[in-house]
Design a protein around this ligand. Structure first.
Ligand SMILES: Cc1ncc(COP(=O)(O)O)c(C=O)c1O
Length: 356
Protein backbone atom coordinates (compact mmCIF):
# COMPACT_ATOMS: atom_id res chain seq x y z
CA UNK A 1 0.00 0.00 0.00
CA UNK A 2 1.32 3.46 -0.88
CA UNK A 3 1.82 5.61 2.18
CA UNK A 4 2.62 8.85 0.37
CA UNK A 5 2.15 10.58 -2.97
CA UNK A 6 -1.61 11.08 -2.56
CA UNK A 7 -3.69 14.18 -2.02
CA UNK A 8 -5.42 14.76 1.31
CA UNK A 9 -2.40 14.08 3.54
CA UNK A 10 -2.93 17.31 5.46
CA UNK A 11 -1.77 15.99 8.82
CA UNK A 12 1.62 15.06 7.34
CA UNK A 13 1.87 18.42 5.54
CA UNK A 14 1.00 20.31 8.70
CA UNK A 15 3.70 18.42 10.64
CA UNK A 16 6.32 19.03 7.95
CA UNK A 17 5.53 22.71 7.45
CA UNK A 18 4.56 23.74 10.96
CA UNK A 19 1.09 24.83 9.86
CA UNK A 20 -1.96 24.27 12.04
CA UNK A 21 -3.85 21.34 10.53
CA UNK A 22 -7.19 23.12 11.00
CA UNK A 23 -6.08 26.13 8.97
CA UNK A 24 -5.17 24.26 5.78
CA UNK A 25 -7.60 24.64 2.89
CA UNK A 26 -7.28 21.28 1.21
CA UNK A 27 -7.55 21.41 -2.58
CA UNK A 28 -5.43 18.28 -2.85
CA UNK A 29 -8.16 15.68 -2.14
CA UNK A 30 -11.24 15.68 -4.36
CA UNK A 31 -13.90 15.61 -1.68
CA UNK A 32 -17.39 17.11 -1.95
CA UNK A 33 -17.06 20.60 -0.40
CA UNK A 34 -20.61 20.44 1.01
CA UNK A 35 -19.34 17.99 3.63
CA UNK A 36 -21.10 14.81 4.64
CA UNK A 37 -24.91 14.77 4.34
CA UNK A 38 -26.66 16.05 7.50
CA UNK A 39 -28.73 12.85 7.38
CA UNK A 40 -25.51 10.83 7.78
CA UNK A 41 -24.33 12.85 10.77
CA UNK A 42 -27.65 12.41 12.61
CA UNK A 43 -27.85 8.70 11.80
CA UNK A 44 -24.31 8.13 13.09
CA UNK A 45 -25.00 9.98 16.33
CA UNK A 46 -28.23 8.03 16.78
CA UNK A 47 -26.49 4.77 15.94
CA UNK A 48 -23.55 5.27 18.32
CA UNK A 49 -24.74 2.51 20.62
CA UNK A 50 -24.40 -0.01 17.77
CA UNK A 51 -20.61 0.00 18.34
CA UNK A 52 -21.25 -2.54 21.07
CA UNK A 53 -22.54 -5.09 18.56
CA UNK A 54 -20.95 -6.74 15.52
CA UNK A 55 -22.13 -5.51 12.14
CA UNK A 56 -24.40 -7.93 10.20
CA UNK A 57 -21.86 -10.37 8.80
CA UNK A 58 -23.91 -10.76 5.60
CA UNK A 59 -24.32 -6.97 5.18
CA UNK A 60 -27.83 -7.70 3.96
CA UNK A 61 -29.26 -4.17 4.34
CA UNK A 62 -26.07 -2.48 3.17
CA UNK A 63 -25.90 -4.60 0.02
CA UNK A 64 -29.60 -4.02 -0.66
CA UNK A 65 -29.10 -0.25 -0.37
CA UNK A 66 -26.23 -0.37 -2.90
CA UNK A 67 -28.14 -2.75 -5.19
CA UNK A 68 -31.15 -0.38 -5.24
CA UNK A 69 -28.94 2.64 -5.91
CA UNK A 70 -27.01 0.98 -8.74
CA UNK A 71 -29.92 -1.12 -10.03
CA UNK A 72 -27.89 -4.31 -9.84
CA UNK A 73 -28.06 -7.72 -8.17
CA UNK A 74 -27.02 -7.55 -4.50
CA UNK A 75 -25.04 -10.78 -4.82
CA UNK A 76 -22.73 -9.09 -7.31
CA UNK A 77 -21.39 -6.65 -4.71
CA UNK A 78 -17.87 -6.81 -3.21
CA UNK A 79 -17.64 -4.51 -0.18
CA UNK A 80 -14.44 -2.82 0.91
CA UNK A 81 -12.91 -0.45 3.39
CA UNK A 82 -12.75 2.23 0.72
CA UNK A 83 -12.42 1.58 -3.03
CA UNK A 84 -8.67 1.23 -2.45
CA UNK A 85 -9.22 -1.94 -0.42
CA UNK A 86 -11.72 -3.28 -2.97
CA UNK A 87 -9.09 -2.77 -5.65
CA UNK A 88 -6.36 -4.59 -3.72
CA UNK A 89 -8.67 -7.53 -2.95
CA UNK A 90 -9.81 -7.79 -6.55
CA UNK A 91 -6.25 -7.73 -7.82
CA UNK A 92 -5.31 -10.43 -5.30
CA UNK A 93 -8.25 -12.48 -6.59
CA UNK A 94 -7.20 -12.09 -10.23
CA UNK A 95 -3.45 -12.37 -9.50
CA UNK A 96 -2.63 -10.89 -12.93
CA UNK A 97 0.70 -11.64 -14.54
CA UNK A 98 0.32 -8.93 -17.16
CA UNK A 99 -1.75 -5.79 -16.79
CA UNK A 100 -2.46 -2.68 -18.81
CA UNK A 101 -3.03 0.64 -17.06
CA UNK A 102 -3.29 4.23 -18.22
CA UNK A 103 -0.53 6.79 -17.72
CA UNK A 104 -1.12 9.14 -16.03
CA UNK A 105 -3.72 7.64 -13.72
CA UNK A 106 -4.55 6.94 -10.06
CA UNK A 107 -1.44 5.30 -8.58
CA UNK A 108 -3.11 2.50 -6.62
CA UNK A 109 -3.66 0.30 -9.69
CA UNK A 110 0.10 0.03 -10.05
CA UNK A 111 0.53 -0.45 -6.29
CA UNK A 112 -2.05 -3.25 -6.22
CA UNK A 113 -0.63 -5.04 -9.26
CA UNK A 114 2.97 -4.84 -8.12
CA UNK A 115 1.90 -6.10 -4.67
CA UNK A 116 1.16 -9.45 -6.36
CA UNK A 117 4.34 -9.20 -8.49
CA UNK A 118 2.45 -8.51 -11.72
CA UNK A 119 4.06 -6.71 -14.67
CA UNK A 120 2.56 -3.56 -16.07
CA UNK A 121 2.33 -2.02 -19.52
CA UNK A 122 1.31 1.63 -19.63
CA UNK A 123 -1.05 2.99 -22.23
CA UNK A 124 0.32 6.53 -22.43
CA UNK A 125 -2.32 9.23 -22.76
CA UNK A 126 -0.94 11.97 -24.95
CA UNK A 127 -1.37 15.61 -24.15
CA UNK A 128 -1.68 16.45 -27.84
CA UNK A 129 -4.68 14.06 -27.92
CA UNK A 130 -6.17 15.82 -24.86
CA UNK A 131 -5.20 12.85 -22.68
CA UNK A 132 -8.04 10.84 -24.30
CA UNK A 133 -7.93 7.09 -24.87
CA UNK A 134 -7.63 6.40 -28.60
CA UNK A 135 -8.84 3.35 -30.55
CA UNK A 136 -5.24 2.10 -30.67
CA UNK A 137 -5.69 0.85 -27.11
CA UNK A 138 -7.36 -2.17 -28.74
CA UNK A 139 -3.96 -3.20 -30.15
CA UNK A 140 -2.71 -3.75 -26.60
CA UNK A 141 -5.34 -6.39 -25.85
CA UNK A 142 -4.24 -9.97 -26.45
CA UNK A 143 -4.28 -13.37 -24.79
CA UNK A 144 -1.14 -12.64 -22.75
CA UNK A 145 -2.90 -9.85 -20.88
CA UNK A 146 -4.88 -10.63 -17.69
CA UNK A 147 -6.16 -7.27 -16.49
CA UNK A 148 -6.91 -3.78 -17.80
CA UNK A 149 -7.61 -0.91 -15.37
CA UNK A 150 -9.42 2.16 -16.67
CA UNK A 151 -10.31 5.08 -14.47
CA UNK A 152 -13.39 6.90 -15.78
CA UNK A 153 -13.27 9.85 -15.40
CA UNK A 154 -9.53 9.56 -15.15
CA UNK A 155 -7.75 10.92 -12.11
CA UNK A 156 -5.82 13.33 -12.41
CA UNK A 157 -6.69 14.44 -15.96
CA UNK A 158 -10.48 14.53 -15.50
CA UNK A 159 -10.88 13.11 -19.00
CA UNK A 160 -13.87 10.84 -19.63
CA UNK A 161 -13.93 7.80 -21.90
CA UNK A 162 -17.07 7.23 -23.98
CA UNK A 163 -19.22 4.13 -23.64
CA UNK A 164 -18.56 3.47 -27.31
CA UNK A 165 -14.83 2.96 -26.79
CA UNK A 166 -15.31 1.17 -23.48
CA UNK A 167 -17.66 -1.27 -25.16
CA UNK A 168 -15.03 -2.05 -27.80
CA UNK A 169 -12.42 -2.61 -25.08
CA UNK A 170 -14.85 -4.82 -23.17
CA UNK A 171 -15.69 -7.00 -26.15
CA UNK A 172 -12.08 -7.46 -27.18
CA UNK A 173 -11.13 -8.19 -23.55
CA UNK A 174 -13.83 -10.81 -23.30
CA UNK A 175 -12.69 -12.64 -26.41
CA UNK A 176 -9.11 -12.65 -25.08
CA UNK A 177 -10.10 -13.72 -21.56
CA UNK A 178 -8.94 -10.44 -20.02
CA UNK A 179 -10.60 -8.86 -16.96
CA UNK A 180 -11.59 -5.21 -17.44
CA UNK A 181 -11.72 -3.13 -14.27
CA UNK A 182 -13.39 0.26 -14.63
CA UNK A 183 -13.04 2.66 -11.71
CA UNK A 184 -16.11 4.90 -11.62
CA UNK A 185 -15.26 6.53 -8.29
CA UNK A 186 -15.77 10.06 -9.66
CA UNK A 187 -18.58 9.31 -12.08
CA UNK A 188 -21.39 10.38 -9.74
CA UNK A 189 -20.13 13.98 -10.12
CA UNK A 190 -20.88 13.83 -13.85
CA UNK A 191 -24.42 14.36 -15.09
CA UNK A 192 -23.95 12.58 -18.41
CA UNK A 193 -24.58 8.79 -18.34
CA UNK A 194 -21.16 7.20 -18.83
CA UNK A 195 -21.46 4.27 -16.46
CA UNK A 196 -20.82 0.74 -17.71
CA UNK A 197 -22.82 -0.73 -14.81
CA UNK A 198 -25.54 -2.03 -17.16
CA UNK A 199 -22.95 -4.27 -18.90
CA UNK A 200 -22.01 -6.12 -15.71
CA UNK A 201 -24.73 -8.76 -15.94
CA UNK A 202 -23.76 -9.79 -19.49
CA UNK A 203 -19.96 -9.56 -19.19
CA UNK A 204 -18.36 -11.70 -16.53
CA UNK A 205 -14.99 -10.16 -17.34
CA UNK A 206 -16.17 -6.69 -16.26
CA UNK A 207 -15.61 -5.34 -12.74
CA UNK A 208 -16.68 -1.85 -11.76
CA UNK A 209 -15.37 -0.24 -8.62
CA UNK A 210 -16.77 2.78 -6.85
CA UNK A 211 -15.81 4.89 -3.88
CA UNK A 212 -18.41 6.64 -1.76
CA UNK A 213 -15.83 8.75 -0.02
CA UNK A 214 -15.62 11.50 -2.64
CA UNK A 215 -19.21 12.30 -3.56
CA UNK A 216 -20.59 11.93 -0.02
CA UNK A 217 -17.52 13.47 1.68
CA UNK A 218 -16.80 10.41 3.83
CA UNK A 219 -13.06 9.74 3.31
CA UNK A 220 -12.52 9.11 7.02
CA UNK A 221 -15.15 6.42 7.23
CA UNK A 222 -13.74 4.21 4.43
CA UNK A 223 -16.35 2.62 2.18
CA UNK A 224 -16.29 1.46 -1.42
CA UNK A 225 -17.55 -1.43 -3.50
CA UNK A 226 -16.94 -3.51 -6.56
CA UNK A 227 -19.57 -5.01 -8.88
CA UNK A 228 -19.03 -8.18 -10.90
CA UNK A 229 -21.30 -11.01 -12.11
CA UNK A 230 -18.77 -13.84 -12.32
CA UNK A 231 -19.96 -16.20 -9.54
CA UNK A 232 -16.72 -18.19 -9.43
CA UNK A 233 -14.68 -15.01 -9.06
CA UNK A 234 -17.06 -13.63 -6.43
CA UNK A 235 -16.75 -16.82 -4.43
CA UNK A 236 -12.97 -16.56 -4.55
CA UNK A 237 -12.98 -12.90 -3.52
CA UNK A 238 -15.37 -13.54 -0.67
CA UNK A 239 -12.88 -16.04 0.72
CA UNK A 240 -10.09 -13.44 0.61
CA UNK A 241 -12.06 -10.72 2.41
CA UNK A 242 -12.02 -10.93 6.22
CA UNK A 243 -15.37 -11.11 8.02
CA UNK A 244 -16.83 -7.77 9.26
CA UNK A 245 -14.49 -5.67 7.08
CA UNK A 246 -17.08 -2.86 7.00
CA UNK A 247 -17.58 -1.03 10.28
CA UNK A 248 -20.99 -0.08 11.60
CA UNK A 249 -20.59 3.65 10.83
CA UNK A 250 -19.64 2.97 7.22
CA UNK A 251 -22.78 0.87 6.95
CA UNK A 252 -25.00 3.55 8.50
CA UNK A 253 -23.40 6.31 6.40
CA UNK A 254 -23.83 4.40 3.15
CA UNK A 255 -27.48 3.55 3.74
CA UNK A 256 -28.28 7.18 4.58
CA UNK A 257 -26.19 8.74 1.80
CA UNK A 258 -27.54 6.67 -1.04
CA UNK A 259 -31.14 7.64 -0.30
CA UNK A 260 -30.42 11.34 0.24
CA UNK A 261 -31.71 12.55 -3.13
CA UNK A 262 -31.72 16.15 -2.04
CA UNK A 263 -28.01 16.04 -1.18
CA UNK A 264 -27.22 14.38 -4.51
CA UNK A 265 -29.14 17.03 -6.46
CA UNK A 266 -27.65 19.92 -4.47
CA UNK A 267 -24.13 18.56 -4.96
CA UNK A 268 -24.52 18.26 -8.72
CA UNK A 269 -25.79 21.83 -9.00
CA UNK A 270 -23.10 23.18 -6.71
CA UNK A 271 -20.24 21.41 -8.46
CA UNK A 272 -21.57 22.35 -11.91
CA UNK A 273 -21.53 26.07 -11.01
CA UNK A 274 -18.28 26.16 -9.07
CA UNK A 275 -16.41 24.08 -11.63
CA UNK A 276 -17.45 26.49 -14.36
CA UNK A 277 -16.42 29.48 -12.22
CA UNK A 278 -12.98 28.07 -11.35
CA UNK A 279 -12.35 26.89 -14.92
CA UNK A 280 -13.29 30.31 -16.38
CA UNK A 281 -11.16 32.19 -13.86
CA UNK A 282 -8.13 29.93 -14.30
CA UNK A 283 -8.37 30.23 -18.06
CA UNK A 284 -7.81 33.99 -17.71
CA UNK A 285 -4.36 33.37 -16.20
CA UNK A 286 -1.87 33.46 -19.08
CA UNK A 287 0.87 31.66 -17.15
CA UNK A 288 -1.05 28.38 -16.97
CA UNK A 289 -2.80 25.93 -19.26
CA UNK A 290 -6.06 24.58 -17.83
CA UNK A 291 -7.55 21.26 -18.93
CA UNK A 292 -11.31 21.02 -19.27
CA UNK A 293 -12.75 19.36 -16.16
CA UNK A 294 -15.53 16.79 -15.97
CA UNK A 295 -15.81 15.79 -12.31
CA UNK A 296 -14.93 17.84 -9.20
CA UNK A 297 -11.26 18.55 -9.92
CA UNK A 298 -9.16 20.40 -12.48
CA UNK A 299 -5.73 19.65 -13.93
CA UNK A 300 -3.50 22.57 -14.81
CA UNK A 301 0.03 23.12 -16.07
CA UNK A 302 2.26 26.07 -15.28
CA UNK A 303 4.11 27.32 -18.33
CA UNK A 304 7.18 28.28 -16.31
CA UNK A 305 8.96 26.29 -13.64
CA UNK A 306 7.59 27.38 -10.27
CA UNK A 307 6.86 25.41 -7.10
CA UNK A 308 3.21 26.40 -6.94
CA UNK A 309 2.38 23.84 -4.25
CA UNK A 310 5.04 25.04 -1.82
CA UNK A 311 4.30 28.70 -2.58
CA UNK A 312 0.57 28.32 -1.98
CA UNK A 313 1.23 26.53 1.30
CA UNK A 314 2.51 29.85 2.62
CA UNK A 315 -1.10 30.98 2.28
CA UNK A 316 -2.34 27.76 3.95
CA UNK A 317 -3.57 26.43 0.61
CA UNK A 318 -2.71 22.83 -0.28
CA UNK A 319 -2.87 21.65 -3.90
CA UNK A 320 -1.80 18.33 -5.44
CA UNK A 321 1.50 18.31 -7.28
CA UNK A 322 1.27 15.83 -10.16
CA UNK A 323 5.03 15.44 -10.54
CA UNK A 324 4.90 11.77 -9.46
CA UNK A 325 2.41 10.69 -12.15
CA UNK A 326 3.88 8.84 -15.11
CA UNK A 327 3.47 11.07 -18.17
CA UNK A 328 3.24 14.33 -16.18
CA UNK A 329 5.94 16.44 -14.51
CA UNK A 330 6.50 19.12 -11.87
CA UNK A 331 4.60 21.70 -13.95
CA UNK A 332 1.30 19.86 -13.48
CA UNK A 333 -1.06 20.37 -10.53
CA UNK A 334 -4.52 19.14 -9.65
CA UNK A 335 -7.00 21.18 -7.67
CA UNK A 336 -10.31 20.14 -6.18
CA UNK A 337 -13.46 22.24 -6.48
CA UNK A 338 -14.37 23.77 -3.11
CA UNK A 339 -16.69 26.52 -1.85
CA UNK A 340 -16.91 29.89 -3.66
CA UNK A 341 -14.92 31.74 -0.97
CA UNK A 342 -12.20 29.11 -0.96
CA UNK A 343 -12.08 28.89 -4.75
CA UNK A 344 -11.81 32.68 -4.99
CA UNK A 345 -8.95 32.62 -2.46
CA UNK A 346 -7.14 29.94 -4.46
CA UNK A 347 -7.48 31.90 -7.70
CA UNK A 348 -6.31 35.11 -6.04
CA UNK A 349 -3.16 33.44 -4.69
CA UNK A 350 -2.39 31.57 -7.92
CA UNK A 351 -2.50 34.93 -9.70
CA UNK A 352 -0.33 36.58 -7.02
CA UNK A 353 2.19 33.78 -7.36
CA UNK A 354 2.40 33.62 -11.11
CA UNK A 355 1.91 37.23 -12.08
CA UNK A 356 4.80 38.59 -9.97
C1 LIG B 1 -9.83 7.09 -8.97
C2 LIG B 1 -9.84 6.68 -7.54
N1 LIG B 1 -10.32 5.47 -7.22
C3 LIG B 1 -10.35 5.05 -5.95
C4 LIG B 1 -9.88 5.84 -4.92
C5 LIG B 1 -9.90 5.32 -3.52
O1 LIG B 1 -11.00 5.82 -2.82
P1 LIG B 1 -11.35 5.35 -1.37
O2 LIG B 1 -11.24 6.55 -0.50
O3 LIG B 1 -12.78 4.87 -1.44
O4 LIG B 1 -10.43 4.26 -0.98
C6 LIG B 1 -9.37 7.11 -5.21
C7 LIG B 1 -8.85 7.98 -4.13
O5 LIG B 1 -8.28 9.00 -4.34
C8 LIG B 1 -9.35 7.54 -6.55
O6 LIG B 1 -8.86 8.73 -6.89
Amino acid sequence: MASFGHGGNIKEISRQNGIDYNNIIDFSANINPLGMPVSVKSAIIEGLQQIEKYPDITYFELKNAIADFENINKDNIILGNGAAEVLFNIVRGINPKNSLILAPTFSEYEEAITSVSGSITSYVLKEEKNFEIQEDILNYINEDLNLICICNPNNPTGVVTSKEILEKILIKSKSNDVMLLIDESFLDFIEEDLSMMEYVKDYKNLIIIKSLTKFFALPGIRIGYGICSDETFLEKINKIIPAWNINIFAEIATKESLKDENYIKTTLEFIRNEKQYVYNELKKIKQIKVYKPSANFILLRTKDKVDLKQNLLQNNILIRSCSNYEGLNENYYRIAIRSRDENAKLIKYIKKNLQK
